[in-house]
Design a binder for this molecule. Structure first.
Ligand code: NAD
Ligand code: DAU
Length: 364
């Protein structure tokens, strides 16, 4: 997989990002997680000549079972490593000399960040800086940062936030992601690195860790367990199928203008309580599984992005209609009860108790 550094240097200074060329090496961090694993499958299926390196620490949400179909694929390599450890990152750059970096690795759950913010800063901020440092040293052609619409904070009713919206994070996770975005800006402005930032709305799809809302609804409903709804359930989220997000990231990696931020959204917005009732109806279950619990601290009321820039400039639009996506995901979880079982048998069960027990309204 060694590549000629001189050739890379020429490509770098020409600003060339023609991914149809053979033998591109893509370093994906956090590829054992939900979106990262879907993105790796997308790359391997679409580009038979790419080599994909999955660099992941395998935290509680990283799961190599998400990628078993690729275990014997010669174009896929897994490296266990920590983005916040310069030694791990340097060794990987030395060994693989990647052309592109797509940086998903992160602590990703808001509730966890409220309990323990430190690891969010270590992974999401310091880890991003370390990845940027080595990307610069090894003349990576483009660094794609997987950010989030949460960096904009809560968005008023009837408004959509565009890429120029101000950063107004309201929880430690969102603040760590906003900080990382600022480091991307610095990489571009100060060092002339070629970068893009992708800010998507809430993803759902196969392989999503059950700490997140849609998998909690489906997996708890399938097990006849209570479904916790925070506060009064009127908070609004915008939902995108993970494969549509992956297509957007691929488009941005190839065609995004360096230094630009792209929002990725669908306009498909739901109040949490309406979404739970909708999914329960699809499962032929009654609403009595719903359990209102104490609200999340600093809970953002509403997310809503203006995604017209990627649609107009890069010709991307979502392809999976919400109902079809939801039915696919419900079937996926129904057919992967062993996947859920394995997660439930590990530290997740203890986490679930730790986070939800004190929230139950009727708990003393
Ligand atoms: P996830 O928690 O499922 O996956 C995160 C992955 O990162 C895991 O495989 C984990 O092992 C790995 N990781 C964590 N710390 C690491 C470290 N120090 N070094 C190397 N690997 C490490 O998260 P996800 O939902 O797939 O989110 C992926 C990215 O997308 C995150 O950056 C998140 O902020 C962003 N994002 C998520 C959503 C969403 O709705 N899930 C929406 C927009 C943006
Ligand atoms: O908007 C993008 C973000 O979406 C990503 O950057 C984050 O990584 C991802 O976790 C997600 O953040 P949210 O906080 O919006 O997602 P979560 O699934 O945790 O919650 C969605 C909504 O559902 C939110 O309003 C809180 C509510 N909720 C969540 C859980 C886990 C409940 O009512 N009950 C629950 O048990």
């Amino acid at each position: 997989m060694e590549k000629n550094n001189i050739e890379k240097e020429i490509n770098f200074f020409n600003g060339k990002t023609n991914l149809q060329e053979d033998n591109k090496i893509i370093l994906v961090t956090g590829g054992a997680g939900f979106i990262g694993s879907n993105f790796i499958r997308h790359l391997i299926n679409k580009y038979p000549n790419f080599k994909v390196i999955n660099f992941d620490k395998l935290t509680y949400s990283g799961n190599l079972n998400n990628l078993t179909t690729l275990e014997d694929n010669n174009n896929y390599v897994f490296v266990k490593g920590n983005v916040s450890d310069p030694k791990d990152v340097k060794t990987t750059f030395e060994q693989f000399n990647p052309d592109f970096v797509v940086h998903f690795a992160a602590e990703s759950h808001v509730d966890k960040s409220i309990i323990n913010p430190n690891i969010f800063l270590e992974t999401n901020v310091l880890g991003t800086q370390i990845m940027l440092n080595y990307s610069r040293e090894y003349k990576v052609q483009k660094f794609v940062q997987i950010s989030t619409d949460e960096v904009y904070g809560s968005i008023q009713e009837n408004c959509n936030v565009g890429e120029e919206g101000s950063l107004a994070p309201n929880n430690p996770y969102a603040a760590s992601k906003a900080s990382a975005d600022l480091l991307l800006r610095v990489a571009y402005q100060t060092y002339g690195q070629r970068v893009n930032i992708v800010r998507a709305c809430n993803n759902f799809g196969p392989y999503q860790f059950p700490e997140k809302f849609i998998p909690i609804i489906i997996t708890n409903a399938l097990q006849n367990k209570e479904i916790p709804v925070y506060g009064n359930g009127i908070n609004v989220r915008e939902w995108i199928h993970v494969e549509d997000h992956c297509r957007a990231i691929d488009t941005i990696m190839q065609d995004g203008k360096s230094g630009e931020i792209y929002n990725v959204g669908t306009g498909n917005k739901w109040r949490n309580i309406d979404l739970v009732e909708h999914i329960l109806q699809k499962l032929d279950l009654k609403n009595d599984l719903i359990s209102y619990v104490l609200d999340r601290q600093g809970h953002d009321i509403r997310y809503s992005v203006d995604s017209s820039k990627i649609r107009k400039q890069l010709n991307w639009e979502p392809q999976i209609d919400f109902e079809t996506g939801l039915e696919q995901v419900i079937s996926w979880y129904k057919n992967h009860l062993d996947w859920i079982e394995e997660i439930n048998s590990g530290e997740y069960a203890a986490y679930f108790k730790e986070i939800y027990k004190p929230r139950m309204m009727d708990t003393d």
